[in-house]
Design a protein around this ligand. Structure first.
Ligand SMILES: Cc1cc2nc3c(=O)[nH]c(=O)nc-3n(C[C@H](O)[C@H](O)[C@H](O)COP(=O)(O)O)c2cc1C
Length: 177
């Protein structure tokens, strides 16, 4: 079983990357393919660019990574209540190849932020939108106040109740596999 995981962020210090790495490590007997959005950076999407040059190879490569996955875990950075521009640009380019970007794959969606809301606005936007883009959402979890609730040295959620919630949501990914 191959789990593809990534943070929808292009920060080298991404807290969502830390969270998604931990979440992926909770699934036993599986290969984890941790993607980095920097490897899929493209010019800002525009219809003019698409008409002039087509869809860049990076979008095709990203879609191929999804195709080769059995399941996905994505953790969304929240920028002004929405997706990071880095993720949205990748997503927009990919949607020009196939609107079902996520190709009917089961997924668990996460978010975290330094604040007490933990990126719940972007998470609920992502959960609501996924069915239109081929994402089969099995579970969701938002980690509030990242710096209080995540032990960066140990690479795990340190609040026990939140950790149990996360484990419950991640387990849903493999329930019927
Ligand atoms: C442009 C910008 C907008 C932001 N907007 C929000 C926001 O709406 N809600 C929030 O909780 N945090 C917001 N933040 C703080 C991010 O949650 C924080 O930078 C976090 O580290 C982003 O996740 P990442 O580290 O995985 O990239 C914003 C940060 C930036 C740079």
């Amino acid at each position: 079983m191959i789990i593809t995981a990534f943070a929808a962020s292009n920060s080298s210090q991404s807290i969502n990357r830390k969270l998604v790495s931990y979440a992926a490590s909770l699934i036993q007997t599986t290969e984890v393919n941790l993607l980095d959005l920097h490897d899929y950076e493209m010019p800002l999407y525009s219809q003019d660019r698409e008409q002039a040059c087509g869809v860049p190879d990076q979008a095709h490569r990203f879609l191929q990574q999804i195709a080769e996955s059995d399941a996905l875990i994505i953790s969304f950075a929240e920028h002004n209540g929405s997706y990071s521009a880095a993720y949205k640009n990748l997503f927009d380019w990919c949607s020009r190849v196939d609107q079902k970007v996520y190709q009917d794959k089961p997924m668990v969606l996460l978010s975290t932020s330094p604040g007490p809301r933990g990126g719940t606005t972007v998470l609920s936007a992502a959960v609501n939108a996924m069915p239109y883009f081929g994402g089969v959402v099995k579970g969701q979890f938002s980690l509030p106040s990242f710096h209080e609730n995540f032990d960066v040295e140990k690479g795990r959620v340190k609040n026990e109740s939140l950790d149990a919630q996360l484990k419950g949501e991640v387990a849903k990914l493999t329930d019927d596999m």
